[in-house]
Design a binder for this molecule. Structure first.
Ligand code: AKG
Length: 324
């Protein structure tokens, strides 16, 4: 649980780093699930040879993503941000990830900020960033595997969620310091008046960004935490992440929670009730049902029954001089 001082710090700064929230026993099943997933992907992409077997987890991931950056979608915990989805689009919705989303230590903290009716917002990702020197120019433009441009999370969801208080809970699976490309933020930026101007992504719908020149006017704070620590972010806090200049993997999950009953800003993707005092029987406790909900969304989006729309509000700035 957060102390009163920590809660006030979060209010004031728009971010809070908290070490020691998850135990090794919380993280071990996720490491195990991803280890198995990497082997499955190695088989799919024909990398499963004797050399593969001799590699560590970090080395296996680096080899896979270097040769097949497109494999990333099978590791992510959301469907790809694309309006046209193939019926077999990749997503990882395994039971260990569902346990993380429902982890009592994370929910206790989220409840202190969001309230008792906690809904898991489906804007969620895994970020697995190998040393950036291993990546080519194209991969370096992908914030899931390399640096993350300045942005506000409120700008990443549709306008329908402008009034929804969405809390980002960023979970470190490895230590995250400056050399590994930890997040960085601008203190108090959640209290700047309007949403900042964001440019449409150059390399993908998810890559909208606040022009560097606007962020350059402010002092930035590195959000360093150890593995098992978390970073809380207000939805309007300006933040991003530097490159991983170390020789180690930088691995994190960004999860989001909000009060139940409000738009998530991506209502075509499935969220779920994670904790509730008013309707405890409606809390989702079944990992298989969660996975099925993502598969159902994929079916409906790929068949055209459901429309998936991302970040349309920033298209108007495509030719803006600051977006060049
Ligand atoms: O982990 C990162 O590099 C970026 C995460 C992020 O931008 C977020 O959680 O909103």
């Amino acid at each position: 649980m957060l102390s009163e001082t920590q809660l006030q710090q979060f209010e004031k700064d728009g971010f809070l780093c908290v070490d020691g929230v998850l135990q090794e026993s919380d993280m071990q099943p996720i490491r195990q699930e991803y280890k198995q997933l990497l082997d499955e992907l190695a088989a799919r992409f024909e990398l499963l040879d004797d050399a593969w077997k001799a590699l560590s987890f970090d080395e296996r991931y680096a080899r896979l993503i270097q040769r097949h950056p497109e494999a990333y979608e099978h590791l992510d915990i959301s469907l790809p941000m694309a309006s046209e989805l193939p019926s077999d689009a990749g997503i990882h919705a395994g039971p260990a990830v569902f346990s993380l989303l429902s982890n009592p230590a994370l929910l206790d903290i989220a409840e202190q900020i969001v309230g008792e009716e906690l809904y898991s917002n489906p804007v969620q990702h895994v970020r697995m960033k190998p040393p950036e020197c291993m990546l080519d120019e194209v991969a370096r433009g992908n914030s899931n595997i390399a640096r993350t441009n300045w942005h506000q999370d409120a700008a990443v969801v549709l306008e329908a969620a402008d009034q929804t208080p969405i809390l980002t809970v960023w979970v470190a699976m490895t230590d995250a310091d400056v050399s590994r490309g930890c997040m960085r933020a601008i203190r108090g930026s959640h209290r700047f008046s309007d949403l900042a101007m964001h440019c449409p992504g150059k390399t993908g719908l998810g890559e909208i960004f606040i022009p560097e020149s606007l962020a350059d006017d402010h002092k930035t704070v590195p959000l360093e935490v150890k593995a098992g620590g978390i970073v809380l972010l207000h939805q309007k806090t300006w933040h991003g992440a530097g490159p991983n200049t170390s020789l180690d993997l930088r691995w994190s999950f960004d999860l989001r929670y909000q009060p139940a009953g409000l738009s998530t800003g991506r209502d075509f993707f499935p969220g779920f009730l994670a904790r509730s005092t008013a309707s405890p029987d409606d809390v989702l406790r079944d990992a298989a049902a969660w996975k099925a909900s993502w598969h159902q969304a994929r079916k409906e989006i790929s068949s055209g029954k459901l429309q998936a729309v991302f970040n349309t509000r920033w298209q108007a700035y495509r030719d803006h001089q600051l977006c060049a």
